[in-house]
Design a protein around this ligand. Structure first.
Ligand SMILES: Nc1nc2c(ncn2[C@@H]2O[C@H](COP(=O)(O)OP(=O)(O)OP(=O)(O)O)[C@@H](O)[C@H]2O)c(=O)[nH]1
Ligand SMILES: [Mg+2]
Length: 329
């Protein structure tokens, strides 16, 4: 199935195994993957991309499966991508969690995939973006991307989603953590999960206050709702999905969806360029590279300063690129 043409045809024909295969190929930087991803671009761009983030153990995966089921009730098809989960996506602590997940996994309207940084040779953010685009082209209506709100790459994945959900839980000092890691500002919807636990009312009140003081919400502007949920029972998932759909409708009505789509495209473009240019630069100044002597000239003989050396490398790359020798990939 590694033949790009065959893979493309099968993906467009909604073959799940083809989608799974292509995502693995993207993760492992396999030859042929980028050719298919490029061709898929024209078929993507319809899905509602939803980022879900929060500290470890707040209940993101449990809530994602609740949201997915509610979206299924509303006849939407769904892609789920769990990015670098600290625990395997299907390994909830209770048997009930696993059973709920398995029910979803066997539903042909749902596609579930974990992405680990371990496999993603070309960078986790890039591989995740590709996986989102693949599921979009595959025809999924809504793509839910779960990330732990820790590293920059994870936060960026949520920042550039169309709708971002930030999940906290009572009594963990989680709100403060969220503010520190900068995920507070990117929330379109806030969720206090584990609302069955002590301190839920207080956590809700604190978060609502935080949203109130975070800015001035004019007439017709989106004000992030704060929703209590219990992923264990499903309580609050209807309200959460309502909020998700309201936010999408708001973006469309306010003409903001186009803007989000462009911001996302720009971030994706810069991510790819950064990665490629960095690779070309490394290949140039590395021990084996054509400009490997630069470090010695900076630090050893001190005949060169690093600014001049950097300019020499850039000029070298531009010249090579103009000559079309393919060093700039
Ligand atoms: N009491 C209670 N427990 C919950 C609730 N939601 C999830 N849990 C439990 O919290 C634990 C963590 O849930 P997960 O869904 O794996 O959380 P997560 O945020 O995806 O975790 P990581 O991906 O490891 O960061 C599990 O044992 C869940 O059963 C809830 O609403 N109430
Ligand atoms: Mg999880």
């Amino acid at each position: 199935m590694d033949n790009p043409q065959e893979l493309f045809d099968r993906l467009i024909a909604s073959d799940r195994r083809a989608a799974a295969r292509l995502i693995s190929m993207v993760e492992n930087n396999r030859p042929g993957a980028s050719e298919v991803v490029k061709r898929l671009h024209a078929h993507a761009g319809k899905a509602h991309i939803v980022g879900i983030t929060g500290s470890p153990g707040t209940g993101k995966s449990s809530l994602v499966s609740r949201v997915a089921r509610e979206l299924r009730n509303r006849r939407h098809t769904i892609g789920i991508i769990a990015v670098d989960p600290t625990s395997p996506f299907t390994g909830g602590a209770f048997l009930g969690d696993r059973i709920r997940m398995q029910e979803l996994a066997t539903d042909p309207g749902v596609f579930i995939r974990s992405m680990g940084s371990r496999g993603a040779l070309g960078g986790l953010a890039a591989a995740t973006n590709d996986a989102i685009n693949i599921l979009d082209a595959f025809g999924k209506d809504v793509i839910l991307v779960e990330t732990v709100g820790a590293g920059q790459a994870e936060v960026d994945i949520v920042r550039y989603a169309h709708t971002s959900i930030v999940i906290t839980m009572p009594g963990s000092g989680d709100e403060i953590q969220a503010i520190k890691s900068g995920i507070m500002e990117i929330g379109d919807i806030f969720c206090v999960n584990k609302a069955d636990r002590e301190g839920a009312a207080r956590a809700l009140a604190e978060l609502r206050m935080m949203v109130d003081t975070s800015g001035h919400f004019g007439e017709g502007e989106w004000k992030p709702p704060v929703i209590p949920t219990v992923a264990l029972t499903g309580q609050g998932s209807v309200e959460l999905v309502d909020a998700l759909q309201s936010h999408r409708a708001y973006l469309e009505a306010a003409g903001l969806l186009d803007q989000k789509v462009r911001e996302r495209a720009r971030a994706e473009l810069l991510e790819i360029i950064n990665r490629r240019v960095a690779r070309a630069v490394l290949a140039t100044v590395d021990e084996e590279g054509p400009m490997s002597g630069l470090v010695e000239r900076i630090a050893g003989t001190r005949e060169l300063d690093p600014h001049t050396a950097a300019r020499l490398v850039i000029e070298h790359l531009l010249k090579e690129s103009a000559a079309g020798d393919g060093r700039l990939p």
